[in-house]
Design a protein around this ligand. Structure first.
Ligand code: PMP
Length: 413
């Protein structure tokens, strides 16, 4: 009845066999599958559940909101509190609108960039995924890659023609692309740390270089922080990196597991929405249940110090994995930002989508299937990365390192 058995392709683990498993319940850092297998969850709903599963404060917040009604169709006070929280969390955001998903957030930011500048073209980077917006399903990562198709049928050639694709960490080529399309680029959208083709870190000065090029060419710089958000640290990647974009898209980790998204930024851009010149709409935007959960996340559950704790725990896991890699002389290395990490199966650092395609997918698959048979659920293959929640214990995290050691021993003996 359901195409592929799933409502989003990554859930079919298609890159590793295509048979989805079903989850019955989730608690703390663990999932219980429909056939009663318990898994320590390092996927965490593909990014949102930095708060862990079934948090009592989030549950209480939802229950309280539920008693007041599920949807009003008018502004509600929780939306204002959420706006204040986002502004305090990500100082580059001066005004913000809520959406129901990351896709809606990036889609709206792109429209805003086009409406503000009066230009048509946008630039994205190959391997970066920004949701299933037509204009962004061009050389995309993540679910699009899982399907083996980084582009998509149904995206018209006209739409695709307005999306220019550049290579991440390659400023000279980007600069040339800007020059060749002078006066035509409305916006440049980037995952500050590309996180849909493993985990790629920006070269020193790369993001500052983007900022400079965008300012020079009058192009709106959009940071897609859907995946980074508070998993990169309180303040998002923008806070960590110090480069200020014009607009930011948020979702996932700010929402307590509910359908959420937000886009915001400098007032001069967001005011084009205020005037109605650029349209942004949505029946469920700022839904009171979603806002209640999200407020609990940002104000109670994932406070700056607690969020920092996930990064520290992650650092210990990465150090343990790194020791194992080094002592076995494996062709692999670890990558981290904040609470996210991955083992990349290549000797050299992956700097762009081209490098990513050269990594060893067979070893990544072998590690995944080995782990899931020993109670460790990792994102399959190499297109995603693990996440540590505030509920993961030291023992749960180190269980992964133990299972990885076992995998490496089996691989090398
Ligand atoms: N941007 C990025 C960077 C993402 O990783 C994703 C989803 N994985 C999206 C946008 C789309 O978000 P959503 O699935 O909530 O529409």
């Amino acid at each position: 009845m359901i195409p592929g058995g799933v409502n989003s392709p990554v859930r079919a683990f298609r890159s590793v066999g295509g048979t989805p498993f079903f989850t019955k319940s989730a608690n703390g850092a663990r999932l219980t599958t429909a056939d009663d297998q318990e898994l320590v969850d390092f996927v965490l709903t593909w990014g949102p559940a930095i708060h862990g599963h079934n948090d009592p404060d989030i549950r209480a917040a939802i229950r309280e909101a539920l008693d007041r009604g599920t949807s009003f169709g008018t502004p509600n006070p929780l939306e204002v509190e959420m706006a204040e929280l986002i502004l305090s969390c990500v100082p580059a955001v001066k005004k913000v609108r809520m959406t129901n998903s990351g896709t809606e957030a990036t889609m709206s930011a792109i429209r805003l960039a086009r409406g503000y500048t009066g230009r048509n073209k946008i630039i994205k980077f190959s391997g970066c995924y920004h949701g299933h917006v037509d204009s962004l399903l061009v050389k995309a990562g993540s679910g699009a890659l899982t399907q083996g198709n980084p582009d998509s049928a149904g995206v018209t050639p006209g739409t695709a023609a307005d999306t220019l694709v550049a290579e991440y960490n390659n400023l000279p080529a980007l600069s040339a692309l800007f020059d060749a399309n002078a006066g035509q680029i409305a916006g440049l959208i980037v995952e500050p740390f590309p996180a849909n083709v493993g985990l790629i870190l920006p070269d020193a000065g790369f993001l500052a270089g983007l900022r400079e090029l965008c300012t020079k060419h009058g192009t709106v710089l959009i940071f897609d922080e859907v995946k980074t958000g508070i998993t990169a640290g309180w303040g998002g990647a923008t806070g960590v990196l110090g480069v200020q974009p014009d607009l930011i898209a948020l979702a996932k980790s700010i929402g307590g597991g509910f359908p959420i998204g937000a886009f915001g930024g400098k007032a001069e851009y967001m005011d084009v929405i205020t005037t109605g010149k650029v349209m942004h709409l949505g029946t469920y935007n700022g839904n009171p249940l979603v806002m209640a959960a999200a407020r609990a996340v940002l104000s109670e559950v994932c406070t700056p110090s607690v969020t920092q704790g996930t990064a520290e725990l992650n650092e210990r896991l990465l150090a343990a994995c790194n020791d194992i890699i080094v002592s076995a002389s494996l062709p692999a290395h670890t990558v981290q930002f904040g609470a996210k990490g991955c083992i990349t199966w290549s000797v050299n650092q992956v700097r762009n989508y081209r490098d990513y395609k050269e990594t060893d997918f067979d070893l990544a698959f072998a590690q995944w299937i080995h782990g899931i048979n020993r109670g460790v659920l990792l994102p399959p293959g190499l297109d995603e990365q693990w996440l540590i929640s505030v509920m993961h214990t030291d023992a749960e995290v180190m269980h992964y390192a133990d299972v990885f050691q076992e995998f490496v021993s089996e691989l090398t003996h």
